[in-house]
Design a protein around this ligand. Structure first.
Ligand SMILES: Nc1ncnc2c1ncn2[C@@H]1O[C@H](COP(=O)(O)OP(=O)(O)OP(=O)(O)O)[C@@H](O)[C@H]1O
Ligand SMILES: [Mg+2]
Length: 1048
């Protein structure tokens, strides 16, 4: 079978066996073992706590743990007795429900420890205050006292409770403890006189001997050595890890806290030492006169001491121990007891003293912690009863103890089922009945009022006639021959069974927890539990007040012949009361399990645990619990745990709890059989579904954790970033501010500096004129100015002649004025010229233009030019007006005639000259013969290509004509001599310019070439000797193509 041990988060195995899968014994044991090995000693079955004895101190107790369980919901923390105690206490306080906590388990399984945990938890969480604290202390301190007197080392348990204890703790409505009542059940008093091998007597004996100081010992007439006492096992005196002496102090202390007076404590110790001494009283054979065996005390000192201590004479004591008075209505008969009988009487006395002392102590505690009547109270009962016992030799005590456990099992079965059933009913869930083993039949076998074993035992005890254990057994055999849970040699024989383990004097009962074989020997005796009247009466006579009070029936006035109820009957009735008590309360179970037989930590014996699990009915318990619904939880806490699974309930849910649960589960699409909605709780049928939920929750938690992480990280980064940003802005603002401030300061300083300079400069400038050094300049300027002024004024008043030709100009009076004077002179000259030009008549202007033209053409080039300048141009040198002949000449149509002169024409052939009249019109040059008045040539000005003259004073000039003219009739260029050559050239030039917009080239040279017919003639001009006013020309032909002109 596979077992997934870690289905629930953080748990070792399953914390609640209800969730176990598969549900078989093997997996159950494995789960317990796994948990045990991981020091998880507590496991739930629903609200039942299973506790496996760890045999070591685990760090899971103490104030912090109490505090954490105090405010939690049952399933939230690991399983713990504290959780159970918390549930019980809260239900008691908040809902006023009486609670009982039932702690069951074998001897050594940890019941007493568990009960102490419950008590300490309740004490820690309930109210505070002086009154409350003292009650709490008293309740808690009752434990060491009861353990000292009622616990002993056995082979199973070093601190085995040898009595049953039920303690009611009573609270007021606020949950503060008021007090309590302790009920004790059947102390194992046989231990006082005899212990099994390896066991001890009750702790208090050893504690007293080890812990009492010498003075106390002396006063009690005790010896420290435990070996001196016959009632103390001569083999075992110490228990490992237990300091008896220290415990003695603790016990005394506890008694004081509870309210025992010094005197009372002393008396208790005296009674204890009395029991010890009683054991040392030796009885010896004696014979009466008639030879009948009798007995007597062998050593007188022991009995003497006892007598002194309790205030009895040793004679009285000896009589009480060694004889018996039979009383009938008429007479008293005293019979001597033999040694066996006397020893029996002595032991009976010791056992009785001790068990009565124990009862007295319990009552005394109750007196201290009892609550005044009339107060309204709620009760929490804690039952720590001796566990189911199977010894090698089981006697009446085991029978009674096992009966008690059988009853408790019945309570458990009924209440568990009943509770379950009621819960379904309350919640309105349909319930199907589950079968379980009902041990009612075994209870009946033991306790039936007429036909039960206890009833038959009582019957045997009361029956007149010969009564013995074997008659009792025979009766049982007869009665239960057919009973399924009863066996004996006889019934076996009847069924032809052979069983070696079954003794003749034994019967066997099939208890819920296993078969137990009881030996009937002493059953009658123990049930009768009779103390010879002699003993009780003697004890009552004792001076010792405590001892005396233990034996009230010894008072003759109280004496009645009516038998006290038998031990069995007493026990039965007290169990019945207990059952009634338990049924009236809300049960909480702690089921203790013993992991091994050796009181060893860490050892887990599967077989041993399996047996216990079986008889505790753990598996059935789980089944019953699961038959209906494996898991249930009130809506609120369920919603708290699982609401994170649905978006509509997480993170906030405003609706009702039930609606919330429906929402969550609705979204998970679980099958409808799996769920049932009760009135206050949600029920889940199979553990698988719960695991599914848990798994979903686990996954969701991871998601949420991631989400939280994410959000947190984001937040952290954001805040960090924002801080950084803020800081950065702050820094940069400071920095910028600072920078700007610096810049501003610098600018300001600079501005100030500049201002200072400017102002300084201005000031200096302003002021400079007041400097002495500036005075010279000012003066000089002033003088300059006045000089200039004077000069200019003077010039104005004495302007030179306005005649253009008069170039006179006054000399500048100072050198520095010479440039200005020159400039003024130039201006003045231009002004004069302008003035002159303006007053000229147009005709005059025309004349002067012509003169200007002449000057431009020939000035500086021709030697005759300067002579021509003062001579005005006449134009008409031949009296054209008065010559009508000339006017009719061909080509004269054009008017006016610009020039009319008589020129000489040089013949190019021979150098001879002939006179001709030259007429210049706007468009033509006309040459005529002076005599014949015939036109020789008419040349268009456009045909004139150039004019050449010599540089000398002569009047020779050449008209160069173009080729087109030659074809007209001309024989080539014209070589002419004029007296007014300057004027003529100027006019020809101007006429050509006006007519053709051409600038006629005028060449001044002394060597020309003249085209003549088809060839050309070179003309060379030579300056002859003499140079008169009137120059004379002479031309000589030199060769065919050369003409030499000499100018004289
Ligand atoms: N929770 C625990 N933590 C540590 N040790 C424990 C615990 N429970 C029990 N023990 C040990 O086991 C021993 C036996 O326990 P306890 O006396 O409670 O058993 P019991 O069930 O009362 O037995 P009996 O029926 O004999 O009285 C204790 O003395 C203690 O040493
Ligand atoms: Mg115990």
């Amino acid at each position: 079978a596979s077992l997934d041990m870690s289905l629930l988060d953080g748990s070792v195995g399953v914390e609640d066996l209800v969730l176990l899968e598969p549900l078989v014994e093997e997996s159950l044991l494995k789960n317990l073992q796994l948990r045990y090995e991981n020091k998880e000693i507590y496991t739930y079955i629903g609200n039942v706590v299973i506790s496996v004895n760890p045999y070591q101190q685990l760090p899971i107790y103490g104030p912090e743990f109490i505090a954490s369980y105090r405010d939690c919901i049952f399933y939230e923390l690991k399983p713990h007795i504290y959780a159970l105690a918390n549930v019980a206490y809260q239900s008691l306080r908040d809902r006023g429900r009486d609670q009982c906590i039932l702690i069951t388990g074998e001897s050594g399984a940890g019941k007493t420890e568990a009960s102490k945990l419950v008590m300490s938890y309740v004490a820690a969480v309930c109210g505070k205050g002086e009154q409350v604290n003292s009650v709490k202390e008293q309740l808690l301190q009752s434990n060491p006292v009861l353990e000292a007197f009622g616990n002993a080392k056995t082979i199973r348990n070093n601190n085995s409770s040898r009595f049953g204890k039920y303690m009611d703790i009573e609270f007021d409505f606020k949950g503060s403890p008021l007090g309590g009542v302790i009920t004790n059940y059947l102390l194992e008093k046989s231990r006082v006189v005899k212990q099994l091998k390896g066991e001890r007597n009750f702790h208090i004996f050893y504690q007293l001997l080890a812990g009492a100081d010498a003075q106390l010992l002396k006063a009690l007439k005790l010896e420290r050595d435990a070996k001196s006492y016959a009632y103390l096992n001569q083999e075992v005196f110490r228990v490992d890890g237990v300091d008896d002496a220290a415990s003695f102090q603790v016990v005394q202390n506890a008694m004081t806290v509870i309210g025992f007076s010094e005197k009372e404590i002393r008396q208790v110790l005296e009674v204890i030492s009395l029991v010890l001494k009683l054991g040392n009283v030796e009885v010896a054979d004696e014979y009466q006169a008639n030879g009948i065996p009798a007995s007597g005390i062998r050593d007188g000192t022991g009995i003497q001491e006892i007598g002194e201590m309790v205030g009895l004479s040793s004679g009285e004591l000896e009589r009480a121990l060694c004889s018996r008075t039979m009383e009938t209505a008429k007479e008293k008969v005293v019979t001597a007891l033999n040694v066996i009988q006397a020893q029996y009487a002595r032991d009976a006395l010791a056992k009785n003293i001790y068990s009565r002392l124990f009862n007295w102590i319990v009552n005394r505690i109750n007196e201290s912690i009892k609550v005044g009547t009339g107060e309204k109270k709620v009760v929490m009962g804690v039952l720590d009863i001796y566990g189911f016992e199977i010894l090698e030799d089981n006697s009446f005590e085991q029978f009674v103890i096992n009966y008690c456990n059988e009853k408790l099992q019945q309570v458990f079965i009924e209440m568990t089922l009943k509770e379950e059933q009621e819960e379904y009913k309350r919640e309105g869930i349909p319930w199907t009945k589950v079968d379980y083993f009902d041990n009612g039949i075994i209870c009946n076998l033991i306790e039936h009022n007429q036909r039960g074993i206890l009833a038959m035992l009582d019957e045997e005890c009361l029956r007149p006639g010969v009564v013995s254990d074997s008659t009792f057994l025979a009766k049982l055999n007869q009665q239960f021959s057919k009973h399924g849970h009863y066996e004996s040699k006889v019934t076996q024989n009847a069924q032809h069974q052979y069983d070696r383990t079954m003794g003749l004097s034994c019967f066997r009962i099939c208890h819920y927890a296993g078969k137990v074989t009881y030996n009937v020997t002493n059953f009658i005796d123990k049930n009768n539990d009779l103390l010879f009247r002699d003993l009780s009466q003697t004890m009552w006579k004792a001076q010792h007040p405590l001892l005396r009070s233990l034996f009230p029936e010894g008072d003759p006035k109280q004496a009645s012949l009516k038998r006290p109820p038998t031990a069995g009957a007493q026990f039965k009735s007290s169990v019945a009361i207990l059952m009634k008590n338990l049924y009236s309360k809300n049960p909480n179970y702690i089921r203790c399990i013993k992991p091994n037989e050796h009181q060893q930590r860490g050892q887990f014996s599967s077989d041993l645990v399996a047996t216990q699990a079986r008889y505790l009915g753990l598996l059935e318990n789980v089944r019953v619990r699961r038959a209906g619904y494996a898991h249930r939880q009130v809506y609120r806490s369920f919603l708290e745990r699982y609401r994170l699974l649905s978006c509509s309930t997480w993170p906030r849910w405003n609706g009702g709890d039930r609606e919330g649960v429906e929402k969550v589960l609705g979204e998970l699409s679980l099958s409808s059989e799996e769920l049932a909605f009760g009135k206050t709780k949600i029920f889940i049928r199979s553990p698988k579904t719960l695991f599914h939920l848990e798994e979903q929750r686990r996954l969701r938690l991871q998601q949420l954790a991631t989400l939280i992480q994410k959000t947190y990280r984001g937040w952290r980064c954001r805040t960090h970033y924002q801080l950084m940003r803020k800081s950065q802005i702050l820094i940069s603002s400071w920095f910028r501010g600072n920078m700007q401030k610096k810049r501003y300061d610098k600018m300001k300083a600079s501005a100030l500096l500049i201002q200072a300079f400017v102002r300084g400069w201005k000031a200096r400038k302003n002021y400079r004129k007041y400097f002495r050094s500036g005075a010279a300049l000012t003066l000089a300027n002033f003088i300059y100015k006045s000089i200039v002024q004077k000069f200019l004024l003077n010039l104005r008043d004495n302007l030179p002649s306005t005649n253009v030709l008069d170039n006179k100009w006054p000399v500048a009076p100072y050198k520095f004025l010479s440039t200005a004077s020159q400039e003024l002179r130039r201006l003045f000259h231009q002004w004069k010229c302008k003035k002159f030009r303006d007053q000229l008549s147009p005709k005059r202007i025309e004349i002067l233009r012509e003169k200007l033209c002449a000057s431009e053409l020939l000035k500086g080039k021709k030697a005759s030019y300067p002579q021509s300048v003062p001579i005005p141009f006449h134009g008409d040198y031949i009296g054209l007006q008065g010559n009508p002949k000339l006017q009719k000449l061909k080509g004269m149509e054009e008017r006016p005639v610009l020039m009319a002169e008589t020129v000489r024409k040089v013949n190019r052939g021979n150098g001879k000259t002939s006179s001709r009249i030259l007429l210049l019109t706007k468009g033509h040059v006309i040459l005529t013969d002076t005599r014949k008045s015939q036109t020789k040539f008419v040349i268009g000005l456009d045909s004139v290509t150039g004019v050449s003259v010599t540089s000398l004073k002569d009047g020779l000039f050449i008209l160069h004509l173009n080729e087109a003219t030659m074809s007209v009739g001309s024989k080539g260029d014209l070589l002419l001599v004029s007296d007014h050559v300057v004027e003529l050239l100027t006019k020809v030039y101007q006429a050509v310019l006006n007519a053709t917009q051409r600038q006629l080239p005028v060449t001044v040279t002394d060597k020309f070439s003249v085209r003549f017919k088809e060839s050309s003639v070179a003309v060379k001009v030579i300056q002859g000797p003499g140079g008169d006013e009137k120059s004379k020309l002479s031309c000589k032909k030199k060769g065919s193509h050369c003409l030499e002109v000499t100018v004289q």
